[in-house]
Design a protein around this ligand. Structure first.
Ligand code: MRU
Length: 353
């Protein structure tokens, strides 16, 4: 299989994650757009920390990163003790899977890599690297497929709103919801793109806007609180978002603020599309109520970036994700197809297909 990092096509040039000369190379997304820097990680502990600290973020991207992290873990454990590495690596796998709690792609990728261990003999690194590259390539291919499927649902000349960052930075490449935006713009179906700034991490303002500007796609940022007003003015026909976990009943966990956008969309007759590969679908999670929601540091809300905004003494609540009930979703798009008005049976049928 060709290296996905070496096969860029139009609108598909950014790689958040790469395997590079025996190490994991990440764009440091905490620094964008002010500076474009890479980190080179050579240990599984550094990879897990990078995921926790948001150097790399976005559900599919942290899955791909963790897969490459397993290669680093296996290489080091095998060097330490070729007879006992298969037992010793388990703590590394658990450390990776626990680096963030909500996006199921992380656990999915670690489980898929773990599935290879029993069958490996001798140096495990080559076989595991091949599997990690396969996970990476499959994610990019899924995104292109979802771009075609999702954009086909959109009437030519539409305006769309997206939330958070779901582009190449959040995935193996190209993007989920932002892949649909890329395909929709390229195909003339999308005429205007609005992006929520996405407090508190500002993934929309810092990352989505950066990706679209890099691609020459005009983007209009709005404050999160402007979304309902935008819809009321008839400027958008679709909201298009990604997901960190899709429960068996079609409920969707995604970046905090997604639920509010979905409620506003339904009120205004704006369609709501969720775009995510099947690695995001977790049939073991019965409904949105069962999704572990990451709570992050209050300081992220009390300030903006490094600058403190709120007065000393104020508290903050900082859930990083919320749940959009299936009833508010018009379409879930995966690489396997489009599920309209999702429910438990339709999700099960799509996954079994
Ligand atoms: O906290 P983040 O930046 O990792 O959150 C990312 C999101 O919520 C994305 O919308 C989601 O992972 C889908 S990315 C294709």
């Amino acid at each position: 299989m060709s290296d996905p990092a070496e096969t860029p096509i139009a609108y598909d040039r950014i790689r958040a994650v790469e395997w590079n000369n025996g190490a994991v190379k990440l764009i440091d997304q905490r620094k964008l757009p002010a500076s474009y820097e890479h980190l080179r990680l050579e240990s599984v502990a550094d990879v897990a920390r990078a995921i926790t600290d948001m150097v790399v973020r976005g559900a599919p991207a942290i899955g791909v990163t963790a897969a490459y992290g397993v290669v680093l873990a296996a290489r080091s454990r095998y060097r330490e003790d070729p007879a006992a590495w298969k037992t010793a690596i388990e703590q590394d796998l658990q450390q990776l899977a626990a680096a963030r709690p909500t996006a199921v792609n992380l656990r999915w990728a670690v489980d898929r890599m773990r599935g290879l261990l029993d069958g490996v003999s001798g140096d495990p690194a080559p076989a595991l690297l091949q599997e990690a590259r396969r996970i990476h390539a499959e994610d990019i291919a899924a995104n292109h497929r979802m771009g075609e499927l999702g954009s086909a649902l959109i009437e030519p000349g539409s305006g769309v709103l997206t939330h958070c960052n779901t582009g190449a930075l959040a995935t193996g490449g190209y993007g989920t919801a932002l892949g649909v935006v890329r395909a929709g713009v390229a195909g003339g179906r999308i005429k205007s793109v609005y992006a929520d700034e996405t407090r508190p991490w500002l993934q929309g303002a810092r990352l989505t806007a950066w990706e679209l500007v890099e691609d020459g796609i005009p983007v209009t940022l709005i404050a999160d609180g402007a979304a309902a007003h935008l819809m009321r003015q008839g400027r958008v026909q679709w909201v298009i978002v990604g997901s960190d976990r899709i429960a068996a009943n079609g409920d969707v966990a995604n970046k905090i603020g997604t639920y509010a956008v979905a409620v506003a969309a339904r009120h205004h007759g704006v369609k709501f599309m969720v775009v995510a590969p099947t690695s995001t679908v977790d049939l073991e999670t019965a409904s949105g109520a069962d999704v572990p929601i990451e709570n992050r540091d209050a300081d992220e809300v009390l300030g903006c970036g490094a600058r403190r905004i709120a007065p000393e003494g104020a508290g903050a609540w900082n859930p990083a994700f919320d749940i959009t009930p299936a009833a508010l979703i018009d379409a879930i798009v995966t690489e396997k197809g489009v599920v309209s008005t999702p429910d438990r049976d339709k999700i099960a049928a799509m996954m079994a297909a």
